[in-house]
Design a protein around this ligand. Structure first.
Ligand code: NAI
Ligand code: MG
Length: 337
């Protein structure tokens, strides 16, 4: 029995969460779900975007599923607070093409490993006489840890190249530390029995942004700091069919939280047309984390079949199905394979 905390959030968050959990009904694994609140509607009711109770529940469960929240300027970010409180220092974002989905590239399979706990999202901002400043915190410890995770994921996925993305030529001190830490870990982790097993390289973030659209195949696994990883993963989503397609795993030493890369999409919320793919793929990542690898593979395959067939997909994928109809098709498919 896996104890799962579910945080639906705002906008399309609850819609894609409901759809993804519906697909879990098909899986012969026992889950107990407990729902927790976060986001803007939670703020309106309780005066906080992220109650302590939610953090406690997420901490004490085997995994957490997070839909999406609407962030109003000035409010505390629910997701960033959760990442911090649960020490979810690694954010894994697989950018993968699926058959049947109109994409810029139809054979991409790369992984963005984003440092999740510091960088420009440290939340240390202050007003000054002239305007405002934000603190970009980069530590050796977090940079080494995220590089180790990137190597582990590269080995796990059979990848042969790992690329560090930074801007150390301008951010000499902060990205200087990130770069140094990366190469320190690479010396040790890039080799097995003294033989180089993973090719290691580095690219400045601006060039990386260009290569992502001109020759993304040069990347297999990218490791980078918080803001750069956020931006590059949305860029990656654009290459494989849009924000409705890309999931993410937030991992720490004790907890895992799984969420789509997209936000609450107020422009389509309430219409029942949100693409549930990113959320279902986040469930796939959760199943892997829970070591339910067979079910993870089967769920991904069912989704792949539905996408390939193209009959039961949402409008952003060129179909006419609702979020729940697409989830139902995935569930039906799961039961067939
Ligand atoms: P967004 O990701 O919500 O939407 C961007 C565009 O992608 C919209 O046109 C939307 O309709 C489309 N889109 C997103 N997910 C989709 C899906 N599953 N199916 C079909 N189309 C989809 O980003 P936006 O508009 O910048 O932000 C909206 C709100 O979400 C803001 O309040 C923002 O702060 C919040 N946000 C929350 C995140 C989170 O909860 N982790 C992450 C990013 C944004
Ligand atoms: Mg983002």
């Amino acid at each position: 029995m896996h104890k799962i905390t579910v945080i639906p959030g705002d906008g399309i968050g609850p819609e894609v969460i409901q759809a993804a959990i519906h697909t879990l009904d098909a899986i012969p694994v026992e889950f107990s779900f407990q729902e927790a609140r976060a986001g803007n509607s939670c703020f309106e009711d309780t005066g906080t975007t992220i109650p302590d109770e939610t953090i406690k529940m997420a901490k004490n469960s085997d995994a957490t599923l997070f839909g999406a929240v609407t962030t109003v300027p000035g409010q505390k970010s629910a997701i960033i607070t959760l990442r911090k409180k649960l020490d979810l220092y690694a954010n894994l974002r697989p950018i993968k093409s699926y058959p049947g989905v109109k994409s810029v590239f139809n054979d991409l399979d790369l992984l963005i490993v984003r440092e999740n706990s510091e960088g420009l999202y440290s939340g240390i901002e202050k007003f000054t006489n002239q305007g405002a400043t934000a603190m970009r915190v980069i530590t050796r410890k977090a940079s080494e840890k995220i590089t180790k995770i990137a190597f582990q994921e590269a080995y796990k996925r059979g990848k042969t190249r790992l690329t560090a993305v930074h801007k150390a030529n301008v951010l000499k001190k902060t990205d200087g530390i990130f770069r140094e830490s990366f190469w320190k870990v690479a010396k040790e982790y890039g080799k097995i029995n003294g033989y180089e097993t993973i090719e290691v390289d580095e690219v400045y973030v601006d060039a990386a942004a260009m290569f992502m659209v001109t020759k993304p195949h040069r990347f297999q696994v990218m490791v980078t700091t918080n803001l750069f990883g956020d931006i590059l993963s949305d860029e990656g989503a654009g290459l494989v069919g849009g924000l409705g397609m890309v999931p993410s795993a937030n991992i720490g030493d004790h907890n895992g939280l799984f969420e789509p890369v997209h936000g609450s999409a107020p422009d389509i919320a309430g219409k029942g047309v949100a693409n549930p793919t990113a959320m279902i793929l986040s469930v796939v990542l959760m199943l892997q984390f829970l070591k339910e690898n067979r079910e993870a593979l089967k769920l991904e395959q069912s989704l792949l079949n539905v996408l390939k067939e193209g009959k039961s997909v949402t409008p952003d994928l060129g179909g006419t199905s609702t979020t729940m109809e697409m989830a139902q098709a995935v569930k039906d498919n799961y039961q067939k394979i």
